[in-house]
Design a protein around this ligand. Structure first.
Ligand code: ADP
Length: 813
């Protein structure tokens, strides 16, 4: 029985007592009640009351004793809790002051006992504003009900931070110490964990959602099936899109596709579920009904992994499938075409091969290629090993370049055959591409070009080579047989003459040569054929436009196996040069004619002037003033005479009318006289006769004197800064060699070639030195007519030596 019931019983007891007393009083006022009845009623009532009280007393004493014990026990327990400092405990008044608290509470809020004892700690000040409202409600409750429901709030810690606590209070009645006792539990650790857990949960949730979205939208087929029956709990969009249904969840594949799931498929999934070991497969064939209701095959690469529950037990499977149908079909197609290709390639007379797109793996080589290298299969064989070491680098470069740019290639390289011999091959490769322009394979052939390669050297002399070369030359080229019939004409010939090749062959080429002065050409050509010697000629040829052009033709005989086989000839258009030359010739002829007339006309008056001058010279005294003038006039007259003589000589030479009076004469004597004569009129130079052969020469003394005169006067004229001219003659074999050396301006090699041409004068000197450029021309002519030779040794700036030789007919005198 508890205290409440005791109070209740006491209430009932007092009401019962009041009832008995009331009945007794009433009985006293009833007049005609007999005593016996009265006594009996009283006795019953008293007995009932006594019994009731006896009963009640026992219960009350038990209850009181219990209450005493309980209170004592609670106080002890409370003391222990207070002292143990497991909980924070405080005693406070309703106004907010904390009167007493244990160490645990002080620890929670970070204050000392001194501060507590000084009365500084107030619970209302410890409460942050956001918890004020709640705290006041709790206070109301406490006041009203004597206790408040435990609740969570925060306290300010002394350091300013906030501490989460759980607290509950009970009202103290008649306690000197305060109005309420409160227990406080520090729950900040728990709160932190709660916050973290919440955070984790959001992260996990977000991640789960992310995963789900990734799986949902992944381009692979992804599903999760759970429970012993492996029912779908998740399928991604790829699956629903592909199968055009979205009623997967909660069903098994067998329920969804009763006629499509094979026993094998089922077994694979169940095995993963049972064993917890993932399974994967490649190019797994699955059947599927498309939108049109047709059954089609699809090929999947798949991975099935176990899925675990919270306790780490396998409770389902996740399936990832990748559609590789396109790849498989392409491969199948490839296999078919490869087979087709192989059967075709095996019949080919070439070495044929096929490699992977990167060129590294051999897919196929035909029988001929295998036979060449002496292999029965291409397994484990590297064709690159057969490449000649010297060709490896170039092959590698060209090959890798072709692979890089996906371009056809041709490589020449030597490949080793089964016997170990290297033979030249032309390796050709072509990339085979798909619609996306990606290379699927490389296909190629290796042709044996060894013999051609070897023949290339011979080919140079061969017809083919000749023709190619001839077509490249800028002039007309032809070839004839031994009879002079054309067997070949080049492109330039057909282009120039406008004749076709067949028209030109045989004697057809003659149509391009105009009749007329053809006789000479024909004779020369006939002569060349007869004598099998080279031929040169200049004649006219009709051009395609009808114009007659001057051409220069040249031909050399050629042999085949040592026998004369015909001519190879060339023809050049020289019309322009010819016209220039003709013009020059005409001009020169006119000049010669003029000079011939002029010199003839000049000669007669000159002779009479000379005679008169000689007369005057004789009639004057040497100290007469006029004598010097006459001498000068005579000297100039002499030069004029030589000039006119030269001109006359030239016209005679041209006309072939220069006459010679051949007679034996003493060369040494003639030389000495000539030197003396020149020395006489040339005081600037010393003429030294260094060596002189004493020989007689059979010739025209006057003309040879003329040569020496010309050489010496040139030597003096063209060495204005020198002091000496050396002359020497010597006998060499049966030749007399005469040398005239000067230390003058010299002549360049190029000019030496032309120096004895008519009217030739070296450009630079022509302006400084007087002359006509005829002296050497005449000298050469004279020497030639004496069967002698003429040559020059010279160095620019260092002087020249002019030589001529004359044959010796007689011995020394
Ligand atoms: P000319 O002396 O009248 O010009 P030549 O026929 O004697 O004619 O000589 C031809 C050219 O050869 C000269 O114009 C001169 O340029 C060159 N020549 C001749 N002799 C010499 C020489 N000894 N040294 C340098 N140049 C010379």
């Amino acid at each position: 029985m508890n205290e409440k019931k005791v109070y209740h019983a006491l209430e009932i007891a007092s009401i019962a007592l009041l009832f008995i007393i009331s009945i007794t009083v009433i009985l006293f006022f009833i007049e005609n009640i007999d005593l016996i009845t009265f006594k009996i009623i009283i006795a019953i009532l008293l007995t009932a009351a006594i019994l009731f009280f006896l009963l009640l007393r026992k219960n009350i004493s038990i209850t009181i004793q219990n209450a005493k014990y309980k209170f004592k026990n609670a106080e002890q327990k409370f003391g222990r809790i207070y002292d143990a400092n497991v909980l924070g405990i405080l005693i406070s008044d309703f106004n907010g002051l904390i009167v007493d608290a244990n160490d645990a509470f002080l620890d929670i809020i970070g204050y000392t006992r001194e501060e507590l004892e000084q009365g500084f700690i107030r619970w209302d000040q410890l409460t942050p504003p956001e918890f004020k409202e709640e705290s006041l409600q709790a206070l109301q409750q406490l006041k009203a009900k004597g206790e408040c429901v435990p609740f969570e709030k925060q306290y300010y810690h002394k350091d300013g931070s906030k501490v989460w606590v759980l607290l509950g209070s009970a009202r103290l009645l008649n306690d000197k110490r305060g109005d309420a006792i409160t227990y406080v539990i520090d729950i900040s650790a728990k709160k932190e964990v709660d916050a973290k857990t919440k955070q984790f949960n959001t992260i996990i949730k977000r991640q789960q959602e992310e995963f789900k979205s990734v799986f949902m939208n992944a381009p692979a087929y992804i599903s999760i099936r759970r429970g012993p029956e492996l029912r779908y709990t998740f399928v991604n969009k790829a699956i629903t899109d592909f199968t055009h249904r979205d009623d997967y969840i909660g069903k098994t594949p067998e329920e969804l596709f009763p006629d499509l799931v094979s026993e094998e498929d089922k077994e694979i999934s169940e095995k993963v579920y049972r064993s917890g070991i993932a399974a994967k497969g490649k190019r797994h064939k699955a059947r599927y009904k498309n939108e049109a209701g047709e059954m089609v095959n699809i090929y999947l690469d798949y991975l099935i992994t176990p899925v675990y529950d919270y306790e780490g037990k396998v409770d389902g499977i996740a399936t990832f499938g990748f559609d590789v149908t396109d790849l498989v079909l392409a491969n199948q197609e490839m296999e078919i075409s490869k087979d087709r290709f192989a059967s075709m390639a095996d019949t080919m007379p070439e070495k044929v091969w096929m490699t992977s797109a990167n060129g590294r793996d051999i897919i196929y080589v035909n029988k001929l290629w295998l036979a060449y290298v002496g292999k029965s299969s291409s397994n484990g064989w590297s064709w690159f090993d057969t490449v000649h070491p010297e060709d490896k680098a170039i092959v590698q470069i060209l090959w890798s370049q072709a692979m890089k740019y996906d371009q056809n290639f041709t490589i020449e390289a030597r490949l080793q055959n089964a016997k170990g011999e290297y033979r030249w091959h032309l390796i050709k490769g072509v990339p085979l591409k798909n619609k996306e322009n990606e290379v699927l394979v490389w296909v190629g052939s290796n042709s044996d070009i060894h013999d051609q390669k070897q023949q290339l050297k011979q080919l140079k002399d061969s017809e083919e080579y000749f023709k190619t070369l001839a077509d490249e030359t800028p002039f007309m080229v032809w070839k004839s047989d031994a009879m002079g019939n054309f067997v070949y004409v080049n492109k330039q010939w057909t282009a120039f003459t406008g004749l076709g090749i067949t028209e030109s062959l045989g004697s057809g080429f003659r149509t391009a040569i105009p009749p007329g002065d053809d006789e000479e050409r024909k004779a020369a050509w006939a002569n060349a054929i007869a004598t099998k010697t080279s031929y040169q000629n200049k004649f006219q040829l009709r051009r395609a436009d009808g114009a007659l052009r001057w051409v220069y033709a040249q031909a050399n005989p050629y042999d085949i196996d040592g026998d004369f086989a015909g001519f190879i000839g060339s023809i050049i258009d020289i019309t322009e040069q010819e016209l220039v030359q003709q013009a020059e010739k005409e001009l020169s002829a006119k000049k010669d004619e003029f000079l011939s007339i002029a010199s003839h006309e000049l000669k007669t008056p000159l002779t009479s002037v000379k005679a008169f001058i000689q007369l005057i010279e004789k009639s004057l005294n040497e100290d007469d003033k006029a004598y010097q003038f006459v001498l000068k006039a005579s000297k100039n007259l002499k030069r004029l005479e030589i000039l006119i003589a030269d001109l006359l000589d030239v016209s005679k030479i041209n006309a072939g009318k220069l006459t010679y009076h051949i007679k034996e004469f003493d060369f040494h004597q003639m030389l000495e006289e000539s030197i003396a004569s020149i020395q006489n009129i040339s005081p600037t130079h010393q003429i030294n006769l260094l060596e002189s052969a004493r020989v007689n020469i059979n010739g025209d003394k006057f003309r040879i004197e003329q040569v020496i005169y010309n050489f010496l006067s040139n030597a003096i004229k063209y060495s204005p800064n020198a002091k000496e001219v050396n002359v020497s003659t010597k006998v060499q074999g049966n030749q007399l060699i005469v040398a005239v050396q000067d230390y003058g301006i010299g002549i360049s090699d190029a000019n030496i070639l032309h120096i004895s041409d008519r009217y030739f004068r070296v450009d630079k000197t022509a302006m400084i030195f007087q002359g006509l450029g005829l002296g050497l021309f005449i000298s050469k002519e004279i020497i030639n007519r004496h069967d002698g030779d003429f040559w020059i040794e010279s160095e620019i700036g260092n002087g020249s030596t002019f030589y001529f030789s004359l044959p010796l007919q007689t011995q020394h005198p």
